[in-house]
Design a protein around this ligand. Structure first.
Ligand code: C5P
Length: 420
């Protein structure tokens, strides 16, 4: 059961290799995964939706306008909702035409739209005639997808359905399964950790409290104010801190992220709840390090209306806003205070950021303030950050959030070892 609790979207596009995908769907379930099959119209000409429905135990989606009966996602937007529930998307087979659509961000089918609207990893298993594969247009498209971060699995070489011999055969179900296990199986985290061997033990047994994600400030039972923070940076830091040997408590606002291994997670909604949870944790765990990554709402409605505010009442105009507690400042004021690290998500250029970070660090009274261009980083897997401490400013090159988290913790570990 190497893929227990994993959920995949398997996209089937037009190609005879679709018959192999039936076997893959079976095997994925044998490994404990659940599978949602989505087919393009051309895919459905090779293997019927009914076959995949029987194999996956779920109705198959084929187009953006009709949901399979009894299975529609909550808000009737399958191109958004389906990928939010999944760990990854594998397109198998990926036809030359579908690859061209992906490379150009086209949205001709539900499957293509879903790939464009996703936040999760995309893997494709090309399958086509050898000349279509070798064609410069296909190769250009493959290069584009690769540089966009899509994993290209295969193709392999051999006999083709058209009678020719050459590159373009879709990988076998067992090989595709192995790729999914490599990407999403129990060892996938360990492999990433192997890229950062120097982090092991650098925060051994230190208690670290981290906030992540947005907060949600309710206006009435159905409405509220929040922001676009995904929580990915905070979760990456929590994951890296656990690898560094720390005892990590992660206090998360409303996010859709899995809890990294080996950490304690506390979910909250509002800034006040986050404030309370942070203060309790700092006290209870005798925290040595506090990293405030959360995008805490600065304001909240003074009162939450008990019933849904009627559109006709016009009373949204009457909401009185009160300022939320500054959690980072409150922790930094403690005596003794943990090493406090703040994040500043700003708009503007890197030069603007460089100019404002030192004063903000002074104002926040924290030894280390991390700056990034907020609107660009929200929701992405990569980011560019600037470290501002008493020695000045260091700009790190753009990188994956987990990689940045490792650099950041290395920096924090040096601060911790410096006499204060
Ligand atoms: O002042 P600004 O909101 O830009 O500061 C951002 C930093 O302060 C982040 O580290 C954030 O987690 C923290 N913060 C906080 N409580 C607030 C507002 C911001 O802890 N109410």
């Amino acid at each position: 059961m190497r893929l227990l609790h994993r959920h995949f979207i398997i996209g089937v596009t037009g190609g005879i290799a679709a018959y192999k995908t039936c076997e893959l769907v079976r095997r994925l379930q044998d490994e404990g995964a659940t599978v949602q099959v989505i087919m393009t119209e051309a895919g459905g000409r090779f293997v019927s939706a009914l076959t995949f429905q029987a194999l996956s135990g779920r109705p198959v989606y084929t187009d953006a306008w009709t949901s399979p009966s009894g299975s529609g996602p909550a808000n009737g937007m399958p191109h958004i909702d389906l990928s939010r529930e999944a760990d990854g998307i594998l397109i198998a087979p990926a036809s030359a035409d579908f690859i061209a659509q992906l490379a150009n961000g086209q949205t001709e089918s539900l499957l293509a739209t879903l790939c464009l609207a996703r936040e999760i990893p995309l893997l494709i298993a090309p399958a086509m005639n050898r000349q279509m594969w070798q064609n410069a247009a296909t190769q250009r498209n493959i290069d584009t997808l690769r540089s966009d971060g899509t994993a290209i699995l295969g193709p392999s070489s051999g006999d083709q359905a058209c009678g020719e011999i050459g590159d373009g055969r879709m990988l076998e179900p067992a090989e595709l399964l192995q790729h999914l296990v490599d990407h999403f199986g129990p060892d996938s985290g360990a492999r990433e950790a192997a890229q950062f061997p120097n982090i092991r033990g650098i925060l051994q047994d230190a208690s670290v409290v981290i906030t992540a994600g947005p907060t949600f400030e309710p206006i009435d039972p159905v409405r509220g104010i929040t922001n676009r923070s995904s929580g990915k940076m905070g979760f990456a830091i929590a994951q890296a801190a656990a690898r560094a040997g720390a005892r990590v408590t992660l206090i998360a606002g409303p996010v859709h992220l899995a809890t990294p291994e080996g950490i304690v997670r506390i979910d909250v909604q509002t800034a006040e709840q986050m404030h309370q949870a942070v203060m309790d944790c700092i006290e209870r765990t005798a925290a040595e390090i506090f990293i405030g990554v959360a995008a805490v709402a600065d304001w909240r409605p003074e009162t939450t209306q008990a019933g849904k505010i009627k559109k006709s009442s016009g009373s949204l105009h009457d909401i009185r806003w009160v300022e939320n507690p500054d959690i980072l400042a409150a922790v930094a004021r403690r005596q003794p205070a943990p090493i406090c690290v703040g994040f500043a998500a700003e708009s503007g250029s890197l030069d603007d950021l460089r100019a404002l970070l030192p004063a903000k660090r002074e104002r926040k009274q924290v030894p280390l303030l991390i700056g990034n261009i907020g609107a660009e980083a929200f929701g992405e897997d990569t980011n560019q950050i600037m470290l501002c401490d008493a020695n000045g400013i260091t700009l790190l090159p753009p990188a994956r959030k987990l990689e940045l988290a490792h650099h950041l913790l290395t920096h924090i570990a040096t601060l911790r070892n410096r006499p204060r």
